[in-house]
Design a protein around this ligand. Structure first.
Ligand code: 13P
Ligand code: SF4
Length: 334
């Protein structure tokens, strides 16, 4: 283990401050203290580990997290999520310090659309506008006309004139769902999320046979054949809302397992079964989201590192499509 000077020097290599944390420390207490001392806010995604969700000032989906990042008056935003989310927060609040406990908390979906290759692809379709799912890099956002999240994607697509051709990137599964839902014929980039592609259709069907009363609920990042058999499809916040409001008592949950924490909190007497992956690994856990730990969160707040730094031109060109999304969402009351 290293001291703070060498931990800072190794930051780019490790992605986080590799410093031993005193095991006797009460991390919840320490993090609460640091929040007050530094006027910091912790924003956490529903896929974070339960302890992190519980200590966050706000836990939500990608749209809610962006809205909070834009409106907060905190000096420091600590993002308990993945890299593209922290980048979005930085673009929305460039004057604030945005921290991410582990810079290597990436996203397979964002990685599936390298901006250089996408730029050439886009050039082949000059009459198309680009709608990108927020799960993409800041650089890809600079090549985008309107950003969307799983909460507002249908509204965003429907807000575009019908004769305007669209490229949708990077998620082919969400894209196919939107084509079906809106009737718009879009060109889809061939990207996907490693977590939502791992669910095993046969095992889910078996589970449904064993629990005929259960509802199968799924995130639109899942493959089309799974969405076909889902009782409800929606963003993480919509899935949580559905389980709260539904009369059903049992749910098979087709998204990252971290979401079960909020579902169980809101509905302690209901049963939530994580949709099984197609092998025995813990692949329905997002390895990127789970890189954040309480220790890394504490260290990052204490030393104000790692920090998200973006070039000015990326902030300037990337913010326009995010702002367009925010305007359309606000008009739709989302
Ligand atoms: P939402 O929480 O916006 O539905 O996004 C899910 C997701 O995959 C985030 O990485
Ligand atoms: Fe990316 Fe999928 Fe992890 Fe979400 S769950 S951060 S889309 S890899």
């Amino acid at each position: 283990m290293t001291d703070i000077a060498s931990a800072k020097a190794d930051l780019n290599l490790n992605g986080y401050l590799d410093i031993e944390v005193d095991p006797t420390l009460d991390l919840v207490e320490e993090i609460e203290k640091l929040k007050k001392e530094k006027n910091a806010i912790i924003l956490a995604h529903y896929y974070q580990e339960s302890e992190i969700q519980d200590i966050a000032d706000y836990t939500g989906d990608s749209l809610g997290l962006s809205q909070k990042a834009a409106e907060t008056d905190a000096d420091i935003i600590v993002f308990a999520g993945v890299h593209f989310m922290a980048e979005t927060a930085k673009m929305l609040s460039p004057e604030k310090k945005v921290l991410l406990p582990d810079l290597k908390a990436g996203c397979s979906l964002a990685d599936s659309c390298p901006p250089d290759i996408f730029r050439k692809f886009k050039a082949k379709h000059p009459d198309h506008i680009v709608v990108s799912y927020i799960n993409c890099t800041a650089e890809l956002k600079t090549l985008t006309d309107i950003v969307c999240t799983s909460t507002n994607a249908v509204h965003i697509i429907e807000s575009i004139p019908e004769d305007q051709p669209i490229i949708f990137a990077p998620d082919k599964n969400l894209g196919a769902y939107l084509v079906k839902k809106t009737g718009r014929d879009m060109i889809l980039w061939n990207g996907a999320c490693m977590v939502h592609e791992i669910f095993a259709m046969e095992k889910i069907v078996k589970l449904l046979n064993r629990h005929p009363e259960a509802k199968f609920i799924a995130h639109p990042e899942c493959e089309p054949q799974l969405l076909e058999i889902a009782d409800f499809i929606g963003s993480t916040s919509s899935l949580i809302r559905y389980t709260r409001e539904s009369d059903a008592d049992t749910f098979i949950v087709g998204t990252e397992v971290g979401i079960l924490h909020q579902m169980q909190k809101y509905s302690p007497n209901k049963t939530f079964i994580p949709a099984p992956p197609n092998n025995t690994c813990a692949c329905n856990e997002c390895p990127h989201m789970k890189r954040n730990t309480m220790e890394k969160l504490y260290l990052c707040m204490k030393h104000e590192l790692p920090e998200i730094i973006l070039p000015e031109h990326i902030i300037r060109d990337g913010i326009a499509p995010i702002n367009r999304m925010m305007e359309i969402s606000a008009k739709a009351g989302l």
